[in-house]
Structures are given as structure tokens and as C-alpha cells.
Design a protein around this ligand. Structure first.
Ligand code: SAM
Length: 228
């Protein structure tokens, strides 16, 4: 089996090389993490800015369809495209609500019109966890400043409301790969590694991050599953 895989891999590499040498310039396929990073700032959902990596959009869709959460708490609304996407997924499932939190009031009017979305404008620090009291399946997404200390504090506050069998998703551990480790003081990855040391109830679910290749996600080690 291993020999077959190796044979196939060598064959694939040789034919790729032949193609690269023979194809026209406008047929060359050439993208990487940085080009995806540049593109993800231009992503919209229903016309609303929705800053998220395309792989992660699909992963979110699969997780939400699988978990069917009663409540998604999103920390970091910005224009609200991400919240809108999640709320529409919930519409399709006929179930669930989104609490989206920010410190700025910059979201699109479409967000206020969506019956499944409630906005909170005083930052995650002021969000009362009691808001989640009636939800039996809670999923939390940390997508705010991505600084190590902020991420750490968010994880510490919100870990308890994530219900077993659901996820605490930490966005943008990719900042280190993008050369921004210093800017974010180690960023989400540093916070995740520290958090996991004291929270054995959470494990990194690699099924999601490795779906399209090793850590083919902007949420490196960021799909944290709370064990049942
Ligand atoms: C990367 S953007 C969020 C993108 C959004 N989730 C989307 O799907 O488009 C980060 C947001 O986090 C917000 N933010 C920063 N500090 C925050 C805090 N303490 N509480 C809540 N949000 C915060 C920023 O104002 C900014 O709008």
C-alpha cells in the first residue's frame, strides 16, 4: 500500500513538473498562505464584509450542521458578515441564535434586521455569561484582537459556557506563519498552547484543520473540541 502511494506521489510530481514546463503563463496555478491572507480581507457574504479564510467558511458550515448549536457567541463582529453567514446557516437548519460582540458599532444594518442575531457593543469583558443560560448547546468563536493576552483572557472567560460536545473556535493562529508573531505577542497560538495545559477537557480537533492539507486553515490549533 505504502509502495503504491509512493509510486502515485512520484508519478504526480513528475506529471506536475511536465505541466509546469509546458503550460502557458496564464495557466500556472500559484497561490499560498499570503495570497489567501490578502484575499480574505476582500471577502463578503451577502455584500457584507466577512473577514475569514475560505477553508474555514466551509469548516464552519460543516461544524454548525453537525453540532446544531442553540447559541453561537462570536467575539468580534466588525461589519458582521461572519455573524450573518452563521445566522443564515442556522436559518437553513431552522434552529439557533447568534450573539455577536464588539467594542465598535460598525456593523451593517442587515445584521440588526436578522431575527437570529443579537449584537452586543460593550466588548466581551461586559458580556454576561448568564445570557447563555437557556442554551443547551453553545459554541464560542474568538475573533477579536488576536493579541496573546486578549485571546488568553477570552479563553479563560468563555471556556465554561462551551457545552461538552461543542467547540471553542480560536481564529487566526495563522498570524505567526504570516510573520506577525511579535506584533501579536505570540498571538492566538501562544494563548491556545498555554490554555490547553490547564484545560484537559479541550482537545485540538485536527479533523477540521487537516481537511485540505496539514493545517490548511487560518485557525491553526484553533478548533478546540470540548470532550463529553
Ligand atoms: C477580525 S475582526 C472580526 C471579523 C468578523 N468576525 C467577521 O466575520 O468579519 C475583529 C473585531 O474584533 C473587535 N474587538 C476588538 N476588541 C474587542 C473586544 N474587547 N470585545 C469584542 N470585540 C473586540 C474589533 O473591533 C474588530 O471589529
Amino acid at each position: 500500500m505504502l509502495f503504491q502511494e509512493l509510486k502515485h506521489d512520484i508519478y504526480r510530481k513528475i506529471s506536475k513538473l511536465k505541466w509546469k514546463l509546458s503550460c502557458r503563463k496564464d495557466e500556472i496555478v500559484d497561490f499560498d498562505v499570503y495570497s489567501i491572507y490578502l484575499g480574505h480581507h476582500k471577502v463578503t457574504y451577502c455584500g457584507v464584509e466577512a473577514i475569514r479564510c475560505p477553508f474555514d467558511y466551509l469548516i464552519y458550515q460543516m461544524i454548525i450542521s453537525e453540532i446544531k448549536p442553540d447559541l453561537v457567541i462570536e467575539i468580534g463582529t466588525n461589519k458582521g458578515g461572519g455573524a450573518l453567514y452563521i445566522a443564515d446557516l442556522m436559518n437553513n437548519l431552522g434552529h439557533g441564535a447568534v450573539h455577536t460582540i464588539d467594542i465598535i458599532d460598525a456593523h451593517d444594518p442587515l445584521i440588526d434586521k436578522h431575527p437570529r442575531i443579537t449584537t452586543f457593543l460593550n466588548g466581551w469583558q461586559q458580556y454576561d455569561l448568564y445570557e447563555a443560560k437557556n442554551a443547551s448547546k453553545v459554541l464560542v468563536i474568538e475573533d477579536s484582537s488576536h493579541h496573546y493576552d486578549n485571546t488568553m483572557a477570552v479563553l479563560q472567560k468563555f471556556a465554561e459556557v462551551v457545552t461538552p460536545g461543542s467547540y471553542l473556535i480560536v481564529e487566526d493562529g495563522i498570524v505567526n506563519e504570516l510573520g506577525m508573531t511579535k506584533k501579536y505577542d505570540g498571538g492566538p497560538l501562544r494563548a491556545i498552547n498555554e490554555f490547553l495545559r490547564n484545560h484537559p477537557e479541550f482537545i485540538v480537533d485536527k479533523n477540521w484543520s487537516n481537511l485540505f492539507g496539514h493545517n490548511a486553515t487560518f485557525n491553526v490549533k484553533g478548533y478546540l473540541y470540548k470532550q463529553q
